[in-house]
Write a protein that binds this ligand. Sequence first.
Ligand code: SER
Length: 315
Amino acid sequence: MGTILIIGACGQIGTELTKKLRELYGKDNVIASDVRKGDPEFVASGPFEVVNALDFNQVEEVIEKYKVAEVYLMAALLSATAEKNPAFAWDLNMNSLFHVLNLAKAEKIKKIFWPSSIAVFGPTTPKQNTPQYTVMEPSTVYGISKQSGERWCEYYHNIYGVDVRSIRYPGLISWSTLPGGGTTDYAVDIYHKALSDGSYTCFLSEDTRLPMMYMDDAIRATIEIMQAPAENIKIRSSYNLSAMDFTPKEIAETIKQHIPDFTIAYEPDFRQKIADSWPQSIDDSHARNDWNWQHQYGLDAMTTDMLEHLSSMAE
Ligand code: SER
């Protein structure tokens, strides 16, 4: 068996994915890479390479050097950042994917994980229990890039036999690494500010409902879809994936159960329009049927765990 390469290992998902994959497969079998070195402790925790996901030769060199068999391509510009730099977002999100798909087509790697997002849906998509197959007219640069990426993944699978697997992540909440420029980031910031300031000003309105997931569940889903037998992965664009959905007001209520004096104010900005274009809840029955997906964390359990971890980090 070859090694595993994570591209974008210093990001919100990449950091935790690297740690978990190293626990499972041994640190020397999991190569972390990013465009720059992140937290020194993380960089020292196993093999690390500086790799620009847009540089085909750099990606190919690392794959050859470590005899990589599986690539997790986590480098991307998220929704809010992408709106500020559309051309670069398109370049990074699409061309990094083409590099990896083409390396698999050339049989230099065997398997790819590539994340998609609820951002593939748009204002004309049914908002509640959004089905796997439905109207998809994304209105953000990020969503357009993820929707196009999904089409290319399916194409490379059907035409060239590439084993590429993908999940449409909802908003992801984690305590160890901050998210990098998404519309759902408020659901991470709110815990940090609740502990440091006792108050939070939210950039979305109080009733903005979005699909969300705790990072522990997201990492488990990512590893489970990659470990599943190939014949179980019937969808080669990307799977809907769901755990919970809530509004800023509802998450604030759960925080108040732990920090009774916590207060929240609302000052919606440009991200409100992005959030309003996305689903409120997701039907993920295909993931549950095809590869036995089951979430563990709901809102209350997540709030308890987030506050415990963040409080002990502050001590
Ligand atoms: N969390 C992402 C974002 O807000 C959605 O995939 O951009």
